[in-house]
Ligand binder design. Sequence first.
Ligand SMILES: NC(=O)c1ccc[n+]([C@@H]2O[C@H](COP(=O)([O-])OP(=O)(O)OC[C@H]3O[C@@H](n4cnc5c(N)ncnc54)[C@H](OP(=O)(O)O)[C@@H]3O)[C@@H](O)[C@H]2O)c1
Length: 268
Amino acid sequence: MSGGSSGSVAGPWWVVVTGASQGFGAAICMGLAPLLPRGSKLLGVARSQEGLTNTAAAVNKINPNATFISIMMDLETATTLDLEAALKRHLGAGQPTPPGQALVFHNAGSLGALKYLREMDDSAHASSYFNLNISSVIRLNAAFLRVTSALPAKVAVKIIHIISLAALEPFKSWGLYCTAKAGREMLFRVLAAENPALRVLSYSPGALDNDMQVKARTETQDKDIRDIMSSLKAEGKLLPCITSANKLLHILDKDQFKSGEHIDYSDA
Ligand SMILES: NC(=O)c1ccc[n+]([C@@H]2O[C@H](COP(=O)([O-])OP(=O)(O)OC[C@H]3O[C@@H](n4cnc5c(N)ncnc54)[C@H](OP(=O)(O)O)[C@@H]3O)[C@@H](O)[C@H]2O)c1
């Protein structure tokens, strides 16, 4: 993202990436690293200190003029106040310069139990699943918008949501995941409708060659879906995370999407 074509002003960027400890979130951070102007702050949120430390080292190696800040936090239990306090600590009042743009990538997520709905009898699991995969997104948006509301109007504020084909297609034995992604799609469309000044994007990264796919092809109860996931790997159809992350950053740079739109890796 050059900043020029995206209508943003010059200056450091403020970026928040959830799930920055591994997988697609770490790839977003690495794809962003060379683009960050001097003085930018990249806040990576996750539970794994080791994973965040690895991402920090990779970002710092690519761009020593930007700062990666590790925020070890469990998004399932973090409140809006916890999130707001963490953002204000690093991005709040007293910053020497307002940012050129402020971005949040809602990337953290989980598959949850991959079993048929007729066997889904653990309501505690369902509650904690939706708390992480839907409610935490609502809480982080509220915190991020409170912190960025004081910025000058010319600062571009972009909210990026990592979605999946599963928001649109029913995958047998993936009821929790499909439901959360479908709910989030509408959540971000409402966010875009409520805030015309924001740029909101739901990006579906394609099937990625990472840990989440290992779980998908080994733990999915439904054999048809499990076989599809296994064949994606066997036929070499899984994407490297960085390839899809760079496509997302290119879409953001071109800035031609309709706010609230859902774009798939293969569309762009
Ligand atoms: N993999 C695919 O093929 C694929 C396809 C379409 C969409 N997606 C979406 O892409 C996004 C990234 O997934 P991925 O494939 O990179 O999966 P992943 O490798 O399993 O990474 C998930 C990330 O979410 C974080 N996370 C999970 N629970 C958390 C919690 N309670 N609090 C804070 N962070 C938490 C993890 O960090 P910690 O464990 O350190 O907390 C990790 O960094 C997800 O939204 C996923 O639905 C993936």
